[in-house]
Design a protein around this ligand. Structure first.
Ligand code: SF4
Ligand code: ZN
Ligand code: ZN
Length: 312
């Protein structure tokens, strides 16, 4: 049988089949196509101005490192844009240290400054200590990811502010975005559904605007990009990984995508079209200032401070 040839360059051997477009691509054309898709997303959503002090949230996993390498490449066309990597050290024994080393190794290779914000410094406790203390106090309803998600979001925003970032980019892929859409629908949380956007609204002067340049890249392509470019990344899962609903939705979406190619893009496009109506329906939230930590908050006490009360 003949080896399939790349549908783009028509010369090199294809190594990847993209079911939703019918293309077979060689390594080079595949990586170029991912880069140009990211560039198109950035332009489409006006994610970056001509001069930005961009923070990139890098965990050490494949998606955030793929994002970092693509943005470092795009920076060549935007000489007035600076990049700083922000990594959150949640304090997860036997897991986070390896990720921190990998993030640092990539920053060194790309000559990008690396800023680390730790839960211990910000909140006085590591995630391990928070979970251990919450469990001892009988708090079992919330998963480790529920604590981690809230505290990490706040830590990324704080870290981005510390490096004086004008925007912060995160490695959320098409899969992450679509999973979050369905999770919010399944929970009936329209307010959060309307807030899931490729570029967040500027709702408080202390929030650094968040952008998601990989929001149109399927997760398997983000992983393949990292492999094709020999980018070192951490692939051992977090010992707490337990978000039951997200895991169920991930499995369901992957099965749907296999049977009905293009499902993930269809959900994402549907949300795009529904967003103006959703924003109209969801009550406009006036952000206040948390009475305990002074950060922006929807309530008098922010979610992070509320959760930290479980350990105090
Ligand atoms: Fe945090 Fe959960 Fe992710 Fe682990 S899997 S880093 S606990 S959100
Ligand atoms: Zn090719
Ligand atoms: Zn607070």
């Amino acid at each position: 049988m003949d080896t399939p040839v790349c549908s783009a360059c028509k010369t090199r051997e294809a190594f990847f089949y993209r079911p939703y477009s019918g293309e077979r691509l060689c390594k080079k054309c595949f990586t170029l196509s991912v880069e140009s898709k990211v560039r198109a997303t950035i332009n489409h959503y006006h994610m970056l101005g001509s001069a930005e002090n961009l923070a990139v949230a890098v965990s050490g996993g494949k998606d955030s490192l793929t994002l970092l390498h693509i943005l470092a490449k795009l920076k060549r066309f935007k000489p007035k844009t600076n990049i700083t990597v922000v990594t959150v050290d949640e304090g997860i024994k036997g897991y986070r240290n390896e990720a921190l080393e990998i993030a640092a190794e990539n920053c060194k290779q790309l000559e990008i400054p690396h800023h680390i914000v730790s839960f211990k410094e910000l909140y006085g406790f590591t995630l391990d200590e928070i979970i251990c203390s919450a469990r001892k106090k009988g708090q079992t309803e919330l998963t480790a990811c529920a604590y981690c998600g809230v505290l990490r979001r706040k830590a990324i925003n704080t870290g981005a502010r510390q490096v004086k970032a004008t925007k912060v980019a995160t490695g959320h892929t098409l899969d992450d975005e679509v999973q979050t859409v369905l999770m919010n629908i399944f929970r009936g949380d329209i307010a959060r559904l309307s807030k899931e956007k490729p570029v967040t609204n500027e709702v408080h002067p202390m929030f650094v605007q968040k952008i998601k340049p990989l929001c149109e890249i399927p997760e398997n392509e983000s992983a393949l990009y990292a492999y094709a470019k020999n980018i070192p990344f951490q692939d051992t899962p977090c010992p707490y990984a337990s978000e039951a609903l997200r895991n169920d939705i991930r499995g369901m979406l992957n099965r749907m995508e296999q049977k009905h190619v293009g499902t993930k893009f269809a959900v994402s496009r549907a949300l795009e079209r529904l967003r103006p109506a959703l924003e109209e329906t969801a009550k406009k939230e006036d952000f206040k200032t948390c009475t305990e930590c002074g950060e922006p908050s929807a309530m008098d006490l922010c979610k992070a401070c509320e959760l930290l009360r479980h350990v105090q």
